[in-house]
Structure formats: structure tokens, C-alpha cells
Write a protein that binds this ligand. Sequence first.
Ligand code: BF8
Length: 645
Amino acid sequence: MSATKPQPPESSSLTIGADAKAMIERARDEGVTTVWDRLRAQLPQCGYCSMGVSCTNCSMGPCRIDPFGEGPQRGVCGADADIIVARNLGRAIAAGASAHSDHGRDILEVFAATAEEETTGYEIRDEAKLRGLAEELGVATDGRSNQEIARDVAEAMMEDFGTRKDAIAMLDRVPETRRELWQQLGITPRGIDRENVEMLHRTHMGVDNDYTNILLHGLRASLSDGWGGSLVATELSDVMFGTPQPLMSKVNLGVLDEAQVNIALHGHNPLLSDVIVQAAQDEELVALAKEKGAAGINLVGLCCTGNELQMRRGIPMAGNHLMQELIIMTGALDAMVVDYQCIMPSVTDVAKCFHTEVISTADKAKFPGATHISFDPHRGLEVGREIVRRGIMAYGNRNPDRVRLTGEPVEMMAGFSVEAILGALGGTPQPLVDAIVAGKIRGAVGVVGCNNPKVKQDYAHVTLTRRLIENDILVLVTGCSAVANGKAGQMVPEAAEMAGDGLREVCQALGIPPVLHMGSCVDNTRIIVLAAALANHLGVDVSQLPLAGAAPEWYSEKAISIGAYVVASGISTVLGVQPPIFGSLNVVKLLAEDLDGVVGAKFAVEPDPERAAVWIRKHLEAKRKGLGLPAYDLETIKVEEPAHA
Ligand code: BF8
């Protein structure tokens, strides 16, 4: 028997990026396997797992439930589809919340060591933010040095990871109505460690067998991330590395420079990358690079480490999640420095085909095939210099004949922290409120999250965002969505021309783009903090505001935690990739319908960004109507063009 091997799909069906297409084709020509090849090799993926009805939680299993009702309806322990789907989802939330919050704890530990003057390369760069946080946490500031305040702030925040409190400290930012609701529902987050451990306990066989009860705890665990661990990461990163302010930067693979030593900083945590930026300016190292024949040292970002650096220092961004293998395919990347999260184990395989040295730095994230240089904050700058030196040495191995760079980078604006947005508005949300009340801006939407090879790369982010701004909806972006929109040219002030009349007028008056870069994925906290500030300003609950969330190309457990805390905070959210819950219609109904009556927000799943835009527009108009604001007739909002994939 012979089977014809199916041809791989055209690169233009996998991505909208010209840089990505060129490198996918190069990978094919050279027989290098990428994420799209590996996805194809996995097809058809397991239907039970896709629907969330397989369980490996104990060794009486593995078990699976037949979603069509013909095969087994219970696992060996007796769990039905509802229990299994809820348990799996609960564990995914806990994993995502743990990833963000462990990142937050790492920042906190270095902040605490910096307060004790035990680190090199770190300092308090935003004193006002430190003092503001201290007041929020009840730490005395009068007549005290930054060092003294920082010590107590660190101590107070460490308490928020633990088990001895009824509620985490920064919940005071949340409108009172919402805090009361969480209290009634029993989902006030007490601390990241506690909620996540409790989720693992509840989802052990024979503990929580009520799917609603499990998922309510899922919301609690996610809230401990959004208003706890992730918020600690954002706030302390601002204190130590500076609160972002609007600045111009560049994006796409064109940021690589053939003439320079190119070092990509990939992962999520700014702790090491920030000292690498300092090290790359070291005169001795710049001289060494020149001695080796390079014009200088060019640092570029990838994924959320890249977002952190771009937001605060304007470091150019090479690409989002699906670009991590393709950047190596340029043959011009000398070193890829990785910390943790979203780093494909495959990067070391691709690097073997080139001269690129992959350098891992986190002891909790090792990569076989990479050089491991353990990051020690006590000698942060020294480690940073060692890494940059290795990058320079790797440049010496570069084969100029293997270099293939594509195109010019695109300009983009970044740096929209809550402080920067309020600053642009004159220190108060009132101008934004006025624009929303007048209908110039219909509402605001956070379009966030990943790339997923199941979706044409960046297509859903860019299309959804474009439709929203065309219809006078302000878009806030983080993570890989920010990179996608940046590459598409939607994040420069001139992009106001793409917006509807009302949004264009507001953006042009303020000199801002219609799509605002608010940072990395832990910085989704900036979006909920802004939403809470808006609700507090108006004396309403977050769920009453014309706001929505969207994750059109999500893939990660972190995105599940983000979606859960955004919804639990009162903001309905549309997912573009189907989560593994469809094996339980009860869970689907709970998340897509009933939750609205419980927390005032719900989930929707809509893979077509054109239809997702319509869903969001209708949702925002309904919220406007609820607030007594002028609203469009919902019947007039529909997909204008036939939906296309
Ligand atoms: O934290 S958006 S692919 S890089 S998980 Fe990862 Fe998703 Fe990108 Fe940042 Ni967030």
C-alpha cells in the first residue's frame, strides 16, 4: 500500500507576516522542522482531550468519557464528563496562575534583596510608585528612606503569597460592590499559594465532585493571580525598572542588523534582561564586539521579555511567540538568551542548524542543548556581562553566506502604563469618560494573548483589532497581540486614520494610537486596574462598563488564568480558540451563560474575528444602554463582509 504524502500548506496560509513567510519557506527548503510541521504531524489530535473528557489524575485511569453517549459515561472512580472537564480546567487555571505568580515572586525576592543592598544592577527607579504602593499596603513612609520602605513593602507582599490572610492586600483597588460579590460567592482571593494548592487538592480524586464548586474555586485561584501574583510582578517591575511612558520603537525580524552582534532576549521576566541591557552598553564589551568585526551590540526582544524591554527602554521587538524558531532561521542571530515561559524546547534543535548559541538562565527552566548560565541577582551585572560576552564570541562563528534578512522593521509606539494613560488624559479618567458618554468612543477592549499555530499567525489579532477601532472602540493590547498589531502598523499615532471618526478625533487630539500597548502578559493587570479605576471614578461596578476582553489566538494555561480573572472581575471575554470544555455541556452553559448572572460577565468562543468583533460591539452597546448612554440598535450591527478564514 502506498499513500501519497500530503503537501505542506502554503506559508501564506500559516501567517500574515512577510518576515515569517520568508523564514517558513527557508526552513522547508533546508529541512528544518518548525511548530507548524509538528502540529501537522500530530493531526488528527485526540478528540477526547480536545473536548476535555480524558483524565490522567490517578492510576486507576487513564479514563475517558464518550461524548456521544455510546461508550463509558463514567471514569473508573465514577467521575462523569462534568467533573472531569471541570477538574482539567481547574488545574489549567492553577498552572497558569502559578506561572505568572512565580514570576511575580522571583521579582519580589530580587526586590527584597535590593532593599537589603545585596544585589548589583538593581535600584529603585520609580520612587513615587514605591511610596504609593507603601501607602496602599499600610507601610509608613514619613521620614523614611527608600531602602527602609522597600524592606517593609517586600515583607507585606510576601504575606500575599502565603496562607494567613483572608484577602490579598491590593484588593482595595477593586470597586466595593465587586469585593462584596466575591465575598458572597466565597471567592475572595486569599493568597496565590493557598488557592493554587487548594485547587490541586480539590481536583485530586475523591475531593470536589461538584463542577460548579470546582470552577468557582478556579475563579478564586485566577483572582489570586490577577490581583495578586501578576500584580506584584507588574508593580515591582515598575518600581525597579521604571514605570513605562510612551516611546517609539520598532518591530519584526527586520530589527536584526547584519553588521552587529545580535542577541535576542526571550521569555518573560525582566530581571535578567534589564541587566543585559546595561551590560550591552559596557564600553569594554562594545570594544570587544568591534574587535571581532561587528559594528556594535544589537539587543532585540521576543515574546514578553521583549515586551518588558520595549515598554520601558524602547528595545526593538523581533517577534511574538511563533517567531522564536524563525528568528534563528535568519542565520543572523548570534545568541538567544532565555529565562522562562513560552520558550519552545525546539529552539535548541533549530539552533543546531546555525551558529546561534541558546543560553538558558533560570535554574527552574533548563533546556538540553543550551548553555546554562545561572542567573544570580547578587551578581546580576556580572552575569549580564558574561552572557553578552558569549554572544560576542558566538558572532565570531557566524557564516555570512547563511545570513538571510528580510524587509524593514515597522515603527510602533509602546509604553502605555495606567500612569501614562492617565497622564495623557491630564491626570484623571474624566476625558475618557466624556468621550465614552458622548459616544465618540463606544467602549474599550483588551485584545490580548498568544499566537497558536492552529490560527493563521496574527490574522485574528489584527483583523479583530482593526474592526474594533474602525467602529470607535479603543483597543488595549498586551503580550503577543501587541506584537501582532505593531507589525501590522496599527500602533503608531498615524494609525488613528484607520479608526472611526470619533476615536480618530480623540487619538489625534492626544497624539496617541487607537491601539495602546500596555505591556507583557503579567501586565494584563494594568487593564483590570484601569477598568477598576474607571468604575470607581463613576461609582459603578466594572461589569456595568462598556468593556470586553478577547484572546483571539490564545494557547497557554496562563491565558486561561487571565481569561478567568478578567471575567471574575466583571469583563466578558471572547476566546478565538476552543478551550477543552465541550465534552460537558453543563460546563459550557455555566461559562457561556450562567456566569453572567453570577459575576456579571461570561465567556464566548468565536474563532472568526469578524464575528467576534460583532459579538463585542453588541456587548458594548448593551452595556452602554444599561448605563443610560446613547446606544446603537443591536440589529444594525452585523458582519458586513462574508466571514473568511
Ligand atoms: O505571556 S501572549 S504566547 S509570550 S502566554 Fe506566551 Fe501567550 Fe505570547 Fe507572553 Ni502571554
